[in-house]
Ligand binder design. Structure first.
Ligand code: MLT
Length: 333
């Protein structure tokens, strides 16, 4: 507990942004996607990089990881301020995010900067920001951060690159896609939906060449445990919510249909199938913003890995190149 308090205080004390980043965020047009704003601001924070400074001054390579850790801690401290500034600029007429409280934890300071004072929402954010941090390093945002880091780019540049990957609809943006799809479903059929109507809507989605968002995963072959823990939170705090009940119904209907299709390796729901429902319940209805929350959490996972990359002295990454002759041999041409 003492360690958690000390860490929270350390992050709270470094949460302020340099003026050029605040000015930049305040002048972005409102049609610039929150994720583009997020990654641009992170790139601009590289003025603060101790790694870049140390490297240019010729620091010994055994010290890289220490500077990388320093930058990572500073970046994690500043990310909630960046994210909250974007939220206020886009959805709260540019009102102030208020002051950081050194006695609050990372999530509590974030929800208070966003302007949410429900302690249950803060508890949800603690869960959300923990479970989205990372779960094995091979996904696009984690791998991009690692790849860019292999060129010894500083942690700000590496993480900004990772966030550009997270912004893709097949990756982090999927949580926004889920909610759009469910909203369309409710608009077309209403709230009292039978299983047959659900099946019909799912088949319609699939036959029009689209995927059912929030289902399937590149490596998981079971229900995503991150789906399950959000479901448990919902069962405890919002068991009668209409949207939550609809998502629960989908759990019974979607997997058998995807299995029937025959091509799907994993018909089970992933983390994105549940997260938007919880956010909506607590009044965060701005779907475009959801991936920023994902990004905030992901920093914890991918920046920890980046520190290890530097500590282990991992080399620059480069996929193997092949000559035309080798390629011809490979395909028997
Ligand atoms: C993630 O957390 O990044 C997603 O589950 C995607 C993945 O792991 O490939």
């Amino acid at each position: 507990m003492a360690q958690v308090k000390a860490l929270s205080k350390e992050w709270a004390n470094s949460a302020d942004l340099p003026c050029h980043v605040v000015n930049m965020l305040n002048t972005f047009p409102s049609n610039l996607h929150p994720m583009a704003q997020f990654s641009a601001a992170i790139t601009a924070l590289n003025t603060e990089s101790m790694f870049a400074k140390g490297y240019s001054e010729g620091v010994h390579k055994t010290k890289y990881w220490e500077l990388c850790l320093e930058d990572s801690m500073d970046l994690i401290a500043k990310l909630p301020t960046v994210a909250a500034t974007i939220y206020h600029n886009l959805y709260r007429d540019g009102t102030s995010i208020g002051a950081i409280d050194p006695d609050k934890d990372w999530s509590a300071n974030f929800t208070s900067m966003l302007g949410y004072d429900d302690p249950q929402f803060t508890e949800l954010m603690r869960l959300y920001l923990t479970i989205h941090s990372d779960h094995e390093g091979g996904n696009v945002s984690a791998h991009t951060t690692h790849l860019v880091g292999s060129a010894l780019s500083d942690p700000y540049l590496c993480f900004a690159a990772g966030m550009c990957g997270l912004a893709g609809p097949l990756h982090g943006l999927a949580n926004q896609e889920v909610l759009k799809w469910v909203t369309k479903l409710r608009a077309e059929i209403g709230d009292d939906i039978t299983e047959d109507q659900l099946k019909e809507f799912i088949w319609k989605t699939l036959k029009s060449g689209q995927v059912v968002p929030g289902y399937g995963h590149a490596v998981l072959r079971k229900t995503d445990p991150r789906y399950t823990c959000q479901q448990e939170f919902a069962l405890k705090h919002l068991p009668d919510d209409k949207l939550f009940k609809l998502v629960a119904k989908l759990y019974n209907v979607v997997p058998p249909i995807l299995t029937e299709l025959g091509k799907v390796k994993n018909p089970w729901p992933n983390v994105d199938a549940q997260s938007g429902v919880l956010l909506q319940y607590y009044g965060m209805t701005e779907m475009n913003y959801y991936t920023v929350l994902f990004g905030l959490s992901r920093a914890l996972g991918v920046l920890s890995s980046l520190v290890w990359d530097r500590a282990l002295g991992l080399p620059i990454e480069r996929p193997k190149s092949m000559s035309t002759e080798e390629l011809k041999k490979l395909v028997g041409a």
